[in-house]
Design a protein around this ligand. Structure first.
Ligand code: ADP
Ligand code: MG
Length: 261
């Protein structure tokens, strides 16, 4: 598997489409009360694949991604993550949470813990990693997101872009197989967006399976193997970045693109 970038600046795909899917959604339906928010959503994400999800506000993007690590429960259909079906079985839930890292729009760091403590908390208490080992791993990952010098500060002392990079490092400290991102740059000032996207591009280059809700089209074009367009709880179109952005088929996608581009 090559990790060298193709000459056009895009990131070489690491997707292994012959392998069983890393994430499988099979006719998933979900309601909030009477509101039908996911309608027969089916999607298979291959190991190493990078999928970008876009669509209007309220179309169900966050709900779909939150169902994948069971922050929300679906009511119909199947979700299988790395071979584990999401059910009410708590052991399955534990296994999923260890394998799937998630990064939110609003960072969600613990404000009363230092950056280093934010990163070592779950490895020590969930993975039972010795403290010294957890701290070494955290420093390695903080170096990867280019903020090792912030390790002993508190989140409130950092910029938004730095906090989001801590959130990424913290998720990676659990050594997840899959990373989910829900609009990771939409709460950031413009000058900080790039530093977070750069870290995500590098993560993509390592072959990580990634599902990213974002409207950052440059990122999608550079990194995504496929782009999923959602509207009103449905997956309306799926294609390569070129297919989705240059050759939209449906009026709904054409309208959406006219509003964001
Ligand atoms: P998106 O991320 O695409 O903006 P969401 O998945 O957040 O969309 O929301 C999909 C729909 O579900 C919206 O109509 C939203 O108002 C509704 N919704 C989201 N979370 C809840 C909740 N916890 N309770 C009730 N309705 C919700
Ligand atoms: Mg959302």
């Amino acid at each position: 598997m090559s990790e060298t970038a193709p000459a056009d600046g895009t990131v070489a795909s690491a997707a292994r489409t012959d392998a069983p899917p890393a994430i499988l959604l099979d006719r998933v339906n979900k309601w909030f009360g009477t509101l039908h928010v996911l309608r027969d959503v089916s999607l298979a994400v291959a190991p190493g694949e990078r999928v970008v999800v876009c669509g209007p506000s309220g179309s169900g993007k966050s709900t779909m991604i939150r169902c994948i690590n069971r922050l929300e429960k679906h009511q119909e259909g199947r979700i299988v993550v790395d071979g584990i079906e999401l059910t009410d079985d708590l052991r399955a839930l534990d296994a999923i949470r260890r394998e799937v890292g998630m990064v939110f729009q609003s960072f969600n760091l613990f404000p009363h813990l230092t950056v280093l403590e934010n990163c070592t908390l779950a490895p020590i208490w969930v993975r039972r990693m010795p403290r010294k080992e957890a701290e070494e791993l955290a420093m390695e990952l903080l170096t990867r997101v280019r903020i090792p010098e912030q390790a002993h500060k508190y989140p409130g002392q950092l910029s938004g872009g730095q906090q989001q990079r801590v959130a990424i490092a913290r998720a990676l400290c659990m050594r997840p197989k899959i990373m989910l991102f829900d609009e990771p740059t939409s709460a950031l000032d413009p000058e900080m967006i790039k530093e977070v996207l750069d870290v995500m591009v590098e993560l993509a280059e390592t072959g990580m399976t990634m599902m990213v809700v974002t409207h950052e089209m440059g990122f999608a074009r550079q990194v995504a193997d496929r782009v999923v367009f959602m509207d009103r709880g449905e997956i309306v179109e799926v294609g390569t970045p070129a297919e989705i952005f240059n050759d939209p088929k449906t009026d709904r996608l054409k309208l959406f693109l006219s509003q964001i581009l």
